[in-house]
Design a protein around this ligand. Sequence first.
Ligand code: YRO
Length: 299
Amino acid sequence: MTSPLYNASGVMCRSVEDLEAMRASSSGALITKSCTLEPREGNPEPRYFVTPLGSINSMGLPNYGYQYYLDYAEKYDYANNKPLFISISGMSLADNLTIIKAFHERALPCILEVNLSCPNLPGKPQLGYDLPAAQHALEKICEFYDRPFGVKLPPYFDVSHFDQAAEVFNKFDLLKYVTCINSVGNGLVIDVDAESVVIKPKDGLGGLGGDYVLPTALANVREFVRRLPGKQVVGCGGVKSGREAFMHILAGATAVQVGSCLYEEGVGAFDRIAQELKDLMAAKGYQKLSDFRGKLKTL
Ligand SMILES: CC(C)(C)CCc1c(C(=O)O)[nH]c(=O)[nH]c1=O
């Protein structure tokens, strides 16, 4: 069976070496690091920090520029390999459109995923939190892009925001899936002994991953599954064993991404988590994911 697990964008996917390690792993797919028009160094280090409860990062979009990933996508052997997703996070709408147009011209089988945590105009919230701007961006993309694509969503925390966001996404038939969630933004991890923050950028503020975000990730998956008929939801956030993968699928996820845990454990995480999920399903008498997908009970 093809694994329902793959990497969260940003982890094990910046270089061709990373991508080839993902392709050789037991994951069911792979996604690239969000790319920009030009290559970027990213933020000063330390910019990723591991804690007992997960991770905090302010990488700053380090990537080799979109042509690097376009080149990888052109050389990719789609007939004999798992699906390839390309994450796009231009520094402006114009950059996003330039990048998407370049991929569109090549008509490759890879699937584009627009990272809505991408920067907006200076001083404005990220696109995912500026829904009129997100709708405008999606309209400009769909003026020419005519193939299925997805978006990576930041976490939402207010029910009205689930409603407003879903209202935008439901306007776009080619938007076939959403990935919930990106890291929980602007957390602050403190080292008591050093009396200091743990990452250099943004005076220590960074996106949280791991155990910190699991309940928020599950809520976003379940709420968007309910609100986006005909679309799929990919679960991301807090997956470190078969149990969390099971939770995401029970909440309605079609597939499940692994970020912080993959960063720490490496590609062995895919084998371990898939086996744990298989064992859990067997113990519960489930043969396939659709036996329990979206069947979370309420009280
Ligand atoms: C936060 C941005 C730098 C604007 C986008 C890239 C990104 C980063 C990153 O490159 O810092 N980290 C995340 O956890 N999620 C992301 O979407």
